[in-house]
Design a protein around this ligand. Structure first.
Ligand code: ZN
Length: 688
């Protein structure tokens, strides 16, 4: 088949005629991507050359705005490809991913290392004060210029070549890292062969374990390494031997000899990142990464982490005392190990707050919690989500919604993909199929949320834990950030903000899930329909603080190892990343028995892509902002206060990166953020 024929039969290269321009999900196959990318990349490069090589002198419109509007045909294929690779992969897609990672990285180089194009942008940047630009256009020029500089546009000769080669190699390594983690996750199953293997497990966890077996066409029940199965198992299983087996499997992903070993991948990625940073004039990758954040410096990040670390250790020791007392009382004489902590903490929690999973979970049916999240968005921002069963999706479990603004007109499309399956990577995330823009005609966004909830058996409602509900709201907060975006340029739209600002809309949205008003409306019993009892709401609220020491210590420990390893200069990447990690944790005094579950060999935040490398701290940074931001509603006396909500919409959820984040936060709050609300929320204030 020649190239023209291939294009004619390739659904990616035909007009996308589904409603709202949704991708041709039902027709697309893995083999369509390589030829479609080849054509789309060629077209994109022609667009860029037309901008770069035009005879007219550079203006904002003919260069910066045109660049922002370019590459749409390429972007829609690239976003579809990455989303399918993450959410519904296959052997054929994984092979395509390995083949295409290098040419796709080379294509990014072709954009940012296009010398005549950068010359035009650089010339405009140099005289930006004379261009008479509106504020958002000025912001676009500054951000685009920075993108080019940070991608090596100022380098020349051999250094430029080397920088580009490093990008391509890093892209391949990152792909390999993610595929190795997925392979280790898919290969593992803890079979619960006998009734005795289920000892201690609540009915909901037993159901989920049976469902996981059924999905793999196996009899009985099993535990996979999906977070929504392994964490409840570690929390409830009476079988210490099985807990240990599950914990070891969970925390050793990517650390086994053989084809899926990520140790060498991590080592090489660290070395290459440090080399890139040095080429751009930075001492370490952390310095390079942080230059493009609100925090700006390692000192600012470490100041926050150190402050919280010492408080969290004290909170953890208070929790340990309660746990050890419970263990001794129940006759357990052994030391506490990482596979014990959640189990015994749960016993303390049940005693103190009389919280029984079997009592709580029926109030948190997935469908009702989705409705709760949508209802909060309606009450805050006036948007409604209407299910559209006729829209195409990439898997039968995915639900599609049209998002309508106050005036009833569509402002976006939302895809909700909630269940774990072997073809989806672990974790929870938000992504785009298309981003909002007004440049070159108004385009509404297509946003997807992925969760990994354990699906109930057919006919049963899927029940969530309180933590799962938080994840659901978190990702929907990111989703709203994409959907409510109302800016002029794609580069500035939605979640394209500085990375220590990007978790603000998501973490802030979590606050509404535990508001009594929201729980009363939506947390209704899956069988009886009764609203959640008030005393149970009260117990849930009080119980949230117990365990914050454990959660905070594990989180900050992971952020500290991330900062430590990315602060090493070129030539100093550790020969054994696992040993380095252990050494950092020992030096920092991670207490025994805690154990962290994000180890480098499967830490996808750091090594599957680079967007959270030297950036795991951003959740805590954003938490300072979100706790302080929610206080604005507390001060107004109403979690849905209309005036506060409309400021929040204008300056946060709709604002994208159109304004510098510190300034836009100040515009919302009327002052700079304060750290105390975050410390108070985590119960860390008294630990000074
Ligand atoms: Zn997030």
């Amino acid at each position: 088949m020649n190239f023209i024929d291939a294009a004619l039969h390739n659904p990616l290269l035909q007009p996308w005629t589904a409603p709202h321009g949704l991708p041709p999900f039902t027709e697309v196959r893995a083999e369509h991507f390589a030829p479609a990318f080849e054509l789309a990349m060629r077209e994109h490069r022609a667009e860029l050359d037309a901008i770069a090589l035009q005879s007219a002198a550079p203006t904002f419109d003919n260069t910066v705005a045109r660049l922002d509007a370019s590459g749409r045909a390429f972007a829609r294929i690239e976003l579809l490809f990455h989303n399918l690779c993450a959410s519904e992969t296959s052997a054929a897609l994984q092979a395509a991913q390995r083949t295409l990672s290098q040419p796709l990285a080379a294509h990014a180089n072709a954009i940012y290392l296009n010398a005549p194009l950068f010359a035009r942008i650089d010339a405009l940047f140099a005289r930006r004060a004379e261009l008479d630009l509106d504020a958002q256009s000025m912001r676009l020029l500054e951000r685009v210029h920075d993108d080019f500089v940070r991608s090596g546009a100022r380098l020349a000769g051999a250094e430029r070549e080397r920088f580009g080669a490093l990008n391509e190699r890093l892209a391949s390594l990152s792909t390999q890292f993610g595929q190795n983690v997925l392979a280790d996750e898919s290969a593992y199953r803890l079979v619960l062969a006998h009734e005795g293997d289920m000892a201690g497990l609540p009915e909901s966890v037993r159901d989920a374990a049976r469902q996981a077996a059924a999905e793999r066409h196996l009899p009985g029940a099993l535990i996979t390494l999906s977070r929504s199965l392994v964490v409840p198992f570690l929390t409830h299983s009476d079988r210490r031997d099985l807990r240990e087996a599950a914990w070891r499997a969970w925390t050793s992903r990517g650390e086994h000899d053989g084809a899926t070993d990520n140790r060498a991948v991590v080592r090489e990625m660290l070395e290459l990142r440090a080399e890139q940073a040095r080429l751009l004039g930075y001492e370490s990758y952390a310095d390079y990464a942080l230059a493009n954040t609100m925090a700006r410096t390692r000192g600012a990040v470490m100041g926050l982490l150190d402050n919280v670390w010492s408080r969290a250790l004290r909170a953890l020791e208070r929790e340990r005392e309660a746990i050890v007392a419970m263990m001794r009382e129940q006759g357990a004489t052994h030391e506490i190990e990482p596979w014990d902590w959640r189990y015994w903490a749960e016993r303390v929690r049940q005693r103190r707050f009389a919280l029984d999973d079997a009592e709580v979970k029926p109030y948190f049916a997935l469908d009702r919690m989705v409705a709760a999240a949508f209802d909060c968005a309606r009450r805050l921002f006036g948007v409604s989500l209407v299910e559209r069963a006729d829209l195409p999706v990439y898997h039968p479990d995915v639900k599609a919604y049209e998002v309508l603004g106050r005036d009833g007109r569509p402002i976006g499309v939302f895809l909700h993909d909630n269940f774990a399956r072997p073809t989806k990577r672990s974790g929870a995330w938000m992504s785009n199929f298309r981003q909002q823009t007004k440049n070159g005609g108004a385009v509404i966004p297509i946003v997807v949320n992925n969760n990994n909830f354990a699906k109930a058996a057919p006919g049963q409602p899927t029940l969530l834990s309180f933590d799962d509900v938080r994840t659901l709201f978190h990702e929907f907060g990111h989703g709203l950030h994409g959907l409510l975006s109302d800016v002029g340029y794609e580069r500035l739209s939605g979640t394209n903000v500085l990375r220590d600002f990007v978790e603000l809309p998501s973490q802030l949205f979590e606050h509404w899930m535990s508001e009594p008003d929201v729980l009363r409306r939506h947390a209704r019993h899956a069988v009886t329909g009764e609203p959640i009892p008030e005393p149970l709401i009260e117990r849930l609220k009080r119980s949230r603080r117990f365990g914050q020491g454990y959660e905070t210590v594990r989180y900050v420990a992971s952020a500290l190892t991330d900062m430590a390893v990315h602060s090493l200069p070129q030539g100093r990447a550790p020969a054994d990343p696992v040993a380095f990690e252990n050494q950092v944790l020992a030096e920092r005094g991670l207490p025994p028995g805690v154990g962290i579950n994000h180890r480098f060999t499967h830490f996808q935040h750091l090594f599957y892509g680079s967007s959270y490398a030297a950036g795991y701290y951003v959740y805590l940074w954003a938490e300072v902002l979100d706790a302080d931001a929610f206080d604005a509603f507390v001060e107004a006396g109403d979690p849905f206060d209309g005036q506060v909500a409309s400021r929040l919409l204008a300056h946060v959820y709709a604002a994208g990166d159109g304004v510098e984040p510190g300034a836009t936060y100040q515009a919302f709050r009327g002052r700079a953020p304060r750290i105390e609300p975050m410390l108070e929320k985590r119960g860390l204030l008294e630990a000074t």
